[in-house]
Ligand binder design. Structure first.
Ligand code: NAD
Ligand code: AKB
Length: 315
């Protein structure tokens, strides 16, 4: 039985990985931490939870020892759009937190999952069918921390044999916890506004293609890679994973199949548009498919129906 620590557990990804891990491994075997404790009350009350800064190494080490943790999901981070407003803070949290996690994993023999992102690529990366191993010169501070994080995880694996694993997540679309300040947040907001107002004002251009993934597939990827046979993993960290690629115009067209009078207009945010323009249109994910059998279930039509049905059911 795994004993898991999830750092950054109340965020968009952390909250859903936490629910799934508690279902699979038992509530007491899944310990949660976050900087905040004012959301997701059922999660906080459903098992061990600590309000802790991920850079507080002593506090995190104590939790790892107390709960005999063997696997850490490190999910605390500042996302791309927020990071551009305060690069120093983004660097400190994204790199400081990861470094502490890897050091503790080295001392205590824990496995570590850390997500990278499509943000680890930049304008000189091939935009279409982006290969697993290719040019990585990102132009956002978020991307800089993601590339550095990928390298750091590789380093702790090569140098200290820490069992580090990870994926490059596309923009994650979900309906439990709101997204935390990224460039791809529009693709979540659009569904809420479609149900509430039948209209969405998008901050990206209508023809901006980006990779996206629906949360059930994202959670499956995070758990599946940690359970994968290590002897099959040629890449350990930063596997490209792809599920769907679309632009706001296409997403709006799919929404119209469910809400015929839905309309979209555009008020471009130049900072977010510049970030999106620097990212790939669509990744190639052959390595993940071959090395740990990655296979997403959701594409745009099925996700759109599920998102709209779920949000309508709650409104
Ligand atoms: P999020 O912003 O929704 O959640 C991050 C969580 O970390 C929040 O609950 C926040 O309170 C917590 N946190 C922030 N600073 C902290 C600190 N100093 N100490 C402890 N906790 C702190 O982010 P997310 O979308 O869940 O992303 C999780 C990871 O996945 C990040 O590494 C992110 O870069 C990566 N990722 C996310 C997406 C996406 O679309 N959501 C895509 C690619 C990669
Ligand atoms: C962001 O937009 O910052 C994230 C990501 C793709 O990493 N959603």
């Amino acid at each position: 039985m795994k004993r898991i620590l999830i750092i950054g557990s109340l965020g968009q990804l952390g909250s859903e990985i936490a629910y799934e891990c508690r279902k699979r491994y038992g509530n007491d075997n899944v310990v949660l931490t976050d900087l905040r404790d004012d959301i997701n009350v059922p999660l906080i009350q459903g098992g061990p939870f600590y309000k802790v800064d991920c850079r507080d190494g002593e506090a995190v080490l104590e939790i790892v020892k107390k709960h005999n943790i063997d696997t850490i999901y490190h999910l605390a981070a500042i996302l791309s759009a927020t990071a551009e407003r305060n690069p120093l803070n983004a660097w400190n949290i994204n790199m400081g937190g990861l470094m502490i996690t890897l050091e503790i994993a080295r001392q205590m023999g824990c496995a570590v999952f850390t997500p990278s992102s499509i943000g680890a690529f930049g304008p000189t990366t091939p935009k279409k069918f982006t290969p697993q191993d290719t040019i990585q010169r990102p132009t956002s501070i978020y991307g800089v921390t993601k590339v550095a994080g990928e390298l750091l995880c590789d380093y702790y694996n090569h140098k200290y044999d820490v069992d580090t694993r990870g994926v490059r997540f596309p923009g994650v679309i979900s309906n439990l916890t709101p997204p935390g300040g990224g460039t791809t947040d529009y693709a979540v907001e659009i569904y809420y506004e479609a149900v509430r107002k039948h209209h969405y004002t998008c901050f990206l251009r209508g023809d901006t293609y980006l990779d996206m993934i629906y949360m059930p597939d994202a959670v499956q990827a995070a758990i599946q890679i940690m359970e994968a046979d290590p002897s099959r993993l040629r890449h350990r960290n930063a596997f490209n994973i792809a599920a769907m690629s679309f632009c706001p115009e296409e997403q709006a067209a799919y929404i119209r199949t469910q809400i015929p009078d839905f309309t979209i207009s555009y008020e471009i945010d130049p900072v977010k548009q510049a970030i999106a323009d620097s990212w790939p249109d669509a990744l190639e994910d052959y390595a993940a498919r071959v090395e740990w059998d990655w296979k997403p279930k959701f594409e745009l039509a099925a996700m759109t129906k599920d998102m709209l049905d779920t949000i309508r059911g709650r409104e």
